[in-house]
Write a protein that binds this ligand. Structure first.
Ligand code: CDT
Length: 307
């Protein structure tokens, strides 16, 4: 018996530095309305979907909190929650969260009734705390965000088992396996991936899209799960380009829908949450085949034994 759900990835194009939050939320609502017209039940927005991707700047400490949400929903995001409820669609939203004096890179999963089902705080925070000399655009996530403290959870939602990850998390097999071990059926992951993030960008940037696909396709296949991967992308200022390539991936590791632009774009698919069963009961039958006694080093150490 099928357990189908119609999902959408609402890719968000460039958000310019001065763009008011309210205008961004209007764009998000526009994508949601388009999704609802197509019959989408769960709309997924990317990481930090409400502002320009500010970790490229060395901000004055007085400016930082302007990029963060003190509550969710808050004054500028309430219209998104209200419209979702009217339309009867659920959504996933990534945003910069200010909790007291603690800053996190966060996402929430919201039900069709407009209520928050779950919250996730990004575990793997990339980049640096201090500016790297000579870089035109920085990647200062470690300056602006604390490492997330929620862990990787899976929620019963939308008729299945749904988990969240954020951007850099998708590159780590641990993310997928920890979700996989909880029987995840759908992983939602949003990203902001500058195309200049490699240390030797002149040599490796050509592989950025390949690594994006590789990470999602392997994560899905090895855990028998669907993924909705969604980008905040495009040229946010001259020379600063974030990767697009939003996609929906099946538990067999196949890309079933792929964005073709680096602007606001909706892709969608009807997915059967039962489709991962053959993988979960077959080649990756964890109970039968896993050898956790041989994997202890994974949780006991963070660095390579060789280093
Ligand atoms: N947002 C985010 O995590 N971006 C990273 C860029 C590379 S690290 C400098 C990513 O993994 O896509």
């Amino acid at each position: 018996m099928q357990r189908s759900i119609h999902v959408g990835a609402a890719q968000v194009g460039p958000i310019y530095k001065e763009e008011p939050r309210e205008e961004v939320v209007e764009r998000l609502i526009g994508l949601m309305e388009k999704a609802a017209r197509r019959g989408v039940e769960l709309v997924c927005y990317p990481e930090c979907a409400l502002t320009t991707f500010f970790p490229r700047y060395l901000l004055d400490s007085s400016e930082v909190d302007e990029y963060f949400e003190r509550s969710m929903p808050g004054p500028s995001t309430q219209p998104l929650f209200d419209r979702a409820k009217e339309l009867g669609v659920g959504f996933h939203l990534g945003y910069a969260e200010l909790n007291g004096d603690r800053h996190y890179n966060t996402s929430v999963l919201v039900g069709k009734d407009g209520e928050i089902i779950g919250k996730y705080r990004k575990a793997h925070i990339p980049g640096s705390r201090d500016p790297v000399p000579g870089r035109k655009f920085q990647h200062l996530e470690r300056r602006y965000f604390l490492e997330g403290n929620t862990g990787f959870k899976v929620w019963p939602a939308f008729g299945g088992r749904v988990g969240m990850a954020i951007c850099n998390d998708r590159r780590w097999p641990e993310t997928w396996r920890v979700l996989g071990l909880q029987g995840v059926e759908l992983v939602i992951v949003g990203w902001n991936t500058p195309l200049t993030h490699y240390r030797r960008a002149y040599e490796y940037s050509r592989l950025a899209e390949f690594h994006n696909m590789l990470s999602l396709q392997a994560g899905c296949y090895q855990n028998g799960a669907w993924a909705v991967g969604v980008a905040h992308c495009g040229e946010e200022e001259p020379g600063y380009v974030l990767m697009g390539q939003s996609m929906i991936v099946s538990p067999w590791g196949e890309v079933v829908s792929l964005a073709t632009t680096i602007g606001d774009e909706l892709i969608d698919a009807v997915i059967d949450l039962e489709a991962g069963r053959d993988i979960k009961e077959g080649v990756f039958n964890f109970e039968l085949y896993r050898r956790p006694e041989l994997y202890k080093v994974i949780s006991e150490t963070s660095r390579s034994k060789a280093s």
